[in-house]
Design a protein around this ligand. Structure first.
Ligand code: SF4
Length: 222
């Protein structure tokens, strides 16, 4: 087992979190294909909001944090987060359209649950009926879209339910998975937790005469 795989396994529920993301991505792909719904080209509006509007758990930010420390950028991001005010957007958001990035996210593949669900999911109505939650930009461009997609859902089209996925993820790790923070705060906490754990692993390896971990590639895990 690689050191990074060991690090993943050392956090309860982290490998399972990637499996949940995989399930969700498959479901969203099928939903998008069926509805022809997609993000508007070049739109970055969902991330262009104060970070306290977007919540994540520490667990959800752990995969990215492991990747960041492995890339040698842990100190850089901790410093950046310490200089960011709460009303500023997520630190991973790239506002400039000239910088190429999927949806304006500099770490798209590592984004947390809410960022994956946004615009392609439904909330559960109190009467037990899924109600599609589209982003306001998509509704502005096509006012009939919501009704059309809701009709498909009423007819049996599968749609990710926000609360179902949130519950699944929160139960993966009772300590790091249950409490939600503004995304920048969750990222900072996750970076600290991973940095601390890497230091411990490094100390143990040094004491036993082994070379401390250098941060192997996460490619096989992500
Ligand atoms: S993690 Fe990425 S997708 Fe989520 S708010 Fe930040 S920039 Fe946007």
């Amino acid at each position: 087992m690689t050191e990074v795989a060991q690090l993943f396994s050392s956090f309860q529920g982290l490998n399972e979190l990637l499996a949940v993301y995989n399930d969700l991505d498959l479901l969203i792909t099928a939903f998008k294909n069926k509805t022809q719904l997609d993000c508007l080209k070049g739109c970055r509006e969902c991330c262009n909001t104060p970070a306290y509007h977007i919540e994540a758990s520490v667990l959800e930010m752990l995969p990215l944090s492991i990747h960041i420390w492995q890339s040698g950028e842990g100190e850089y991001w901790l410093q950046k987060l310490s200089e960011t005010r709460p009303e500023e957007p997520c630190v991973l958001y790239i506002s400039s359209p000239s910088v190429k990035s999927e949806g304006g996210c500099s770490q798209y593949g590592w984004r947390p649950l809410l960022c994956r669900l946004f615009g392609f999911s439904a909330i559960m109505h109190k009467h037990g009926k899924p109600v599609v939650a589209l982003c306001k930009e998509a509704k502005k461009i096509n006012p009939h879209l919501e009704g059309k997609i809701q009709g498909l859902i009423d007819g049996g089209l599968k749609v990710p339910i926000n609360s179902h996925f949130a519950e699944r993820v929160s139960f993966l790790n009772p300590f790091y998975g249950q409490k939600l923070y503004p995304i920048n705060e969750a990222f900072r906490l996750a970076l600290e937790v991973v940095g601390y754990r890497l230091t411990l692993i490094s100390d143990i390896q040094s004491d036993s005469g082994n070379t401390p971990p250098k941060g192997p590639s996460l490619g096989k895990i992500a």
